[in-house]
Design a protein around this ligand. Structure first.
Ligand SMILES: *Cc1c(COP(=O)(O)O)cnc(C)c1O
Length: 361
């Protein structure tokens, strides 16, 4: 008999427990066949947007846009928000990849890079004179390090003229940002949202839009169908430029609605509880230990354990119980395991996982 697996991989990951029901309903309603110019679609867009606004307490001068992925948003941010010079705080593979996109698109790219497992602190930034965009990563999925929300909120006062953009791909919906002190946040849905991949969510305020309009007025290319002014024009009508992932937006709207019924505060508290259970395990464990030594910058949503070069063994042994863990990222493949702690993962699943982990010494 095929055993049902529990995906604790940090994306794609376990589906939120209501996704199956919503998929069946979507098929009944023939959602994949509807026109993206129909009122049915604009209703779905509006629902997704309103549920997200409510959940995140998003100010009214922010817009909710849809793309194919977070990777796409990296490229769009550079095209729309940077004429010459950009800054990237790099503490792992994802933040590094974003900075490489800036280089490939020909921008002067300042990189502030710290060693894996170390944190990003604003008082250590280099000279950012003339930097148009400051790229920060709330949760670096490759190392399990966060840049705390209160640290992110300090950046604006020091660099009031730069756009501050935040990658929250593997932490949403957990973080509580001060949206008056940042300009863009983005995520894709196959991580904390517990959905199938293939949809990016791009939140921008009017400062980003103004910047893209300035670049356009100066004669720069800011892209084509996903240039910000065109995206905003369509978003105001609850539409998209292209034929979007309608099924994905439908699922997102409904998953957000379910999460809001449960309550974002409850979800955050459960995330804290499960992180504490996992942290306690790593502190008691004879072999496993925290890769991120400083508890202040340790992720609650992607827990990274040092395995003493025994990752393959832990992954294989846990797989026999149906638990799919993430290997270490890139050159940490056999040095780390990564355990996602998303809203789709129940307290019971994490408690049982910890029991199994403790048995392997
Ligand atoms: C997964 C991830 C991305 C890329 O998301 P895609 O959906 O693959 O485009 C970007 N940033 C972080 C921090 C991630 O974890």
């Amino acid at each position: 008999m095929k055993m049902n697996k529990i995906y604790l991989t940090p994306g794609p990951s376990e589906l939120y427990f209501t996704v199956g029901d919503h998929l069946r309903t979507a098929m009944k309603l023939q959602i994949p066949s509807i026109s993206h110019r129909s009122s049915l679609f604009t209703d779905i867009y509006s629902l997704a947007e309103n549920e997200l606004r409510g959940m995140l307490d998003l100010p009214s001068n922010w817009h909710v846009l849809f793309t194919s992925s977070a990777t796409e948003i990296w490229e769009r941010l550079i095209q729309n928000c940077v004429e010459k010079k950009t800054f990237h705080a790099v503490n792992g593979e994802f933040s590094s990849r974003f900075s490489s996109f800036s280089e490939k698109l020909g921008k002067e790219t300042i990189k502030y890079q710290v060693a894996p497992g170390e944190g990003i602190f604003v008082d250590q930034f280099p000279d950012l004179e003339g930097v148009e965009m400051i790229a920060l990563t709330h949760n670096e999925t490759s190392t399990g390090v966060i840049m705390r929300e209160d640290e992110i909120a300090k950046v604006r006062a020091l660099y009031p003229n730069s756009l501050i953009v935040v990658d929250a791909v593997s932490s949403m919906p957990y973080p509580q940002f001060d949206y008056s002190k940042i300009d863009s946040v983005y995520f894709s849905v196959q991580k904390g949202m517990g959905m199938p991949a293939g949809l990016g969510v791009w939140l921008v305020n009017e400062r980003c839009i103004e910047k893209s309009e300035q670049l356009l007025a100066k004669g720069h290319s800011i892209g084509t169908y996903h240039a910000l002014p065109e995206m905003i024009e369509k978003a105001l009508k609850k539409q998209t430029s292209e034929t979007p992932n309608v099924l994905g937006i439908y699922l997102l709207a409904n998953v957000l609605k379910d999460m809001n019924v449960r309550g974002i505060e409850t979800i955050r508290q459960e995330t804290n509880y499960k992180a504490a259970v996992l942290n306690h395990c790593l502190e008691q464990h004879p072999v496993l230990s925290h890769f991120v030594k400083n508890p202040d910058i340790r992720s609650k949503t992607v827990i990274v354990a040092d395995t003493n070069d025994r990752s393959a063994e832990y992954i294989q042994k846990l797989e026999a119980f149906g638990y799919v863990l993430g290997a270490g990222y890139s050159h940490f493949k056999n040095k780390h395991i990564r355990i996602a702690n998303f809203p789709a993962h129940s307290k019971e699943q994490i408690e049982l996982l910890v029991d199994k982990l403790m048995e392997i010494s």
